[in-house]
Design a protein around this ligand. Structure first.
Ligand code: ATP
Ligand code: MG
Length: 691
């Protein structure tokens, strides 16, 4: 086996071929970190420094671990362990447990929720699903930060962290929870315990440490900026006195601080290992220079320690379209316009699976799910169910149905619909002000989105009452098409970490959403984390990047929202589509070819005229094109709009192109589609008389 290093650039090669010993790769988004560490592993093996089974590669997710194994396999390298910290610890603990704990049985807790609930009630806390979940999160955080119950209470004193209950109470719950896991019939271990016990076994037993360090000699850690103190302790225990460690990370992408993760280990690496090879990768192979420029500008405004480590990325791809900035009067309009732009991209041949809509909080998906459904676009919500499938919303709808069938129904009908909905949802957690605690907050946001939807429906239909509302909610819940691989992705910014798409829509970019309101209250530290989240969002795009925000929540509502501060000074102050306003070849027409007035919606821009302005289209041609499209859709087993949207078919029927060039002149038709369907399409059109 010889590793072909020509797939790496110079800097990547330096990192991959550095002699054994500590290596730190400080690499920006899209610079090929995984590629580089994969090659490093292969190279270390190839040059005989280590044998495959003695390498342990640690990744952030199971999926990433699988990918790394696959990539190594295609390079002819088998036998390397690629796992998450948890998966690695679980395996090791299973093996070493008898040596350190003898006969004492143990079991991994599969659901710690009931246990935490009991612990909370035992110390006199009122429990709801949300408070228990928040306690789980808080205690996971404490354990990940290596804080004992006593240390936890102290730590919270002087920090900007808001605990889900008074810190002393949380500490009591924590202590009780730990006690309850020691059961007479054996020990229960949670995920954090797995790591703790693994570290302890290596720290306390010379025999275990020796056997382990005989087995594993070389370690690689991806996404090292997101390592927690607990994981770091495990890593130290693995290493012992050894220094065969390669770490990769980007401090500017630290977005999991709330779980205890800290970029300090990455940033201090060369202090801890003064002889380390430190390599910076700054060439961005993912995104166009236009996207990279925006990413650089946004992160150049960061403050604090991470800012000092800034890497100036250089876009290596061919130039592409400028990022577009759009301000809309209200959210429903924003969602509709985004859906329209997605249709245009689909028309131009961008696959649906290469398009993503990214937002800050899950509740924001509601509006976009609706707009995509209305536009007939198939989508999937990443890392969760769709809005109407979420347990919080199902429960809320059940409560609304119950209220509508109760004695109080008449009273509810006497007040405005939105108000009635808020009244019914109040006991479920829709309090007048935002609650503390991550879970309670998420529930509050979701219920709020449902109440907003009721306001919106009531505004369009003043006669709408409860039964009508319920019918509409049911319709929306059912209208969602089953997810397919071809779908557009909806995801939160957190869930988008490490992924990439050809086209990315960053939506809802307003103050109090990004940065989120609790971060604004907490101060600079958390504001900076929100800025990094924005940066992560921008750097997910390969080519098309659309950023948008709305001035009001509802149609006709008060324009009370402010564009995110992260765009201040980044885009020219003339609001709408500033940099995108620079015309570029092939961009969509802005004026109606019939009446000459400006065009607004995407459909209008595809048509090149207002929908109500007279069309010179021959209906027979349109029908012919539709038949052709149905046949294509069946043949390729995709929804019809994936082939072409109605708007584009109308535009084609109106233009009656004779050549590929004329076809390409139609704004909704891109080169990919022409390559696939051009000839076919032209022959359909040729079959009709032209006058
Ligand atoms: P993130 O910080 O977002 O996790 P990353 O640094 O892990 O990004 P990768 O996902 O590994 O980046 O790489 C980004 C893209 O660039 C991938 O599509 C990868 O195949 C490509 N790439 C990496 N290195 C090179 C190279 N030397 N030449 C061409 N393409 C490359
Ligand atoms: Mg990566």
């Amino acid at each position: 086996m010889t590793i072909d290093l020509s797939a790496l650039d110079e800097d990547q090669r330096v990192a991959a071929t550095a002699p054994r010993g500590p290596v730190c790769i400080l690499a920006g988004a899209g610079t090929g970190k995984t590629r580089t560490i994969t090659y490093r592993i292969a190279h270390l093996i190839d040059s005989g420094f280590v044998s495959p089974t003695r390498v342990l590669a640690v990744t952030f997710t199971q999926r990433a671990a699988g990918e790394m194994r696959d990539r190594l396999a295609t390079m002819g390298v088998g036998g390397v362990q690629a796992r998450t910290f948890h998966a690695a610890a679980l395996r090791q603990l299973r093996y070493f447990w008898p040596q350190v704990a003898g006969e004492l049985p143990w079991k991994l807790i599969d659901n710690k929720f009931p246990l935490m609930g009991r612990a909370a009630r035992a110390v006199g806390l009122q429990t709801t699903t949300e408070t228990v979940r928040d306690l789980l999160g808080e205690i996971e955080w404490a354990k990940s930060c290596l804080l004992t119950p006593d240390a936890y209470a102290e730590e919270i004193e002087g920090s900007d962290r808001t605990p889900p209950a008074p810190a002393k109470k949380v500490a009591e719950v924590y202590r009780r929870y730990e006690e309850m896991k020691n059961r007479p019939d054996g020990m229960l271990l949670d995920f954090e315990d797995l790591l703790l016990h693994t570290a302890a076994a290596l720290e306390n037993s010379a025999a275990v440490a020796e056997e382990f360090r005989e087995q594993y000699r070389s370690f690689v850690v991806d996404e090292y900026q997101d390592v927690t103190p607990l994981q770091q302790r495990v890593l130290k225990a693995w290493l012992g006195d050894r220094d065969d460690l390669t770490v990769v990370g980007d401090a500017n992408q630290t977005i999991y601080s709330f779980t205890g993760a800290s970029p300090d280990y990455l940033l201090n690496f060369s202090r801890d290992y003064p002889e380390a090879t430190v390599v910076k990768l700054q060439r961005d192979y993912r995104s166009t220079p236009q996207v990279v420029d925006l990413a650089n500008t946004v992160i150049s405004r960061a403050h604090g320690r991470m800012a000092g480590t800034r890497l100036e990325l250089r876009g290596m791809r061919e130039p592409g379209p400028e990022p577009e900035f759009h301000e809309y009067p209200d959210e429903p309009t924003e969602a509709r316009e985004v859906a329209g732009q997605i249709l245009t991209l689909l028309d131009r041949g961008v696959p649906a699976s290469e398009i993503a809509v990214l937002y800050r909080v899950n509740a924001q998906s509601a509006e976009f799910e609706q707009a995509l459904s209305d536009a007939g676009i198939v989508y999937q919500v990443r890392g969760g169910e769709g809005f109407f499938q979420r347990p919080e919303i199902r429960q809320a709808v059940t409560a609304l149905v119950r209220a509508a069938n109760s004695d109080a129904a008449a009273q509810l009908d006497a007040v405005p619909l939105g108000q009635a909905v808020r009244h019914v949802l109040a006991p479920l957690g829709l309090t007048p002000t935002e609650p503390a605690g991550a879970q309670a907050r998420e529930r509050w946001q979701l219920l709020g989105a449902l109440a907003d939807l009721a306001d919106q429906l009531a505004a369009t239909d003043p006669e709408l009452k409860f039964p009508g509302l319920l019918a509409e909610l049911r319709r929306r819940a059912e209208s969602r098409q089953p997810p397919t691989v071809e779908g557009v992705t909806l995801a939160s910014l957190h869930a988008a970490k490490g992924l990439e798409w050809d086209a990315v829509f960053l939506v809802g970019l307003v103050e109090k959403t990004l940065p989120i309101s609790h971060a604004i209250k907490a101060g600079d530290h958390q504001i900076e984390e929100e800025r990094r989240l924005f940066y992560v969002g921008i750097t997910r795009a390969r080519e098309h990047l659309h950023l948008s925000w709305a001035q009001a929540r509802q149609e006709g509502g008060r324009a009370s929202r402010k564009r995110t501060r992260f765009l201040d000074g980044v885009l020219p102050e003339t609001a709408d589509s500033a940099p995108a306003g620079r015309s570029r070849k092939g961009s969509r027409p802005h004026r109606c070819r019939v009446c000459g007035r400006p065009l607004h919606t995407s459909t209008e821009k595809v048509l090149g005229r207002h929908e109500e302005c007279p069309s010179d289209m021959d209906d027979a041609v349109f029908e012919g094109l539709r038949e052709w499209r149905s046949a294509q859709a069946r043949e390729h087993d995709v929804p019809a709009y994936i082939i072409f949207t109605d708007a584009t078919l109308i535009a084609i029927a109106e233009a009656m192109p004779r050549t590929v060039t004329e076809l390409l002149d139609i704004s909704g038709v891109g080169p990919v589609k022409v390559q696939r369907f051009g000839e076919d399409l032209l022959s359909v059109i040729a079959g009709y008389d032209r006058n």
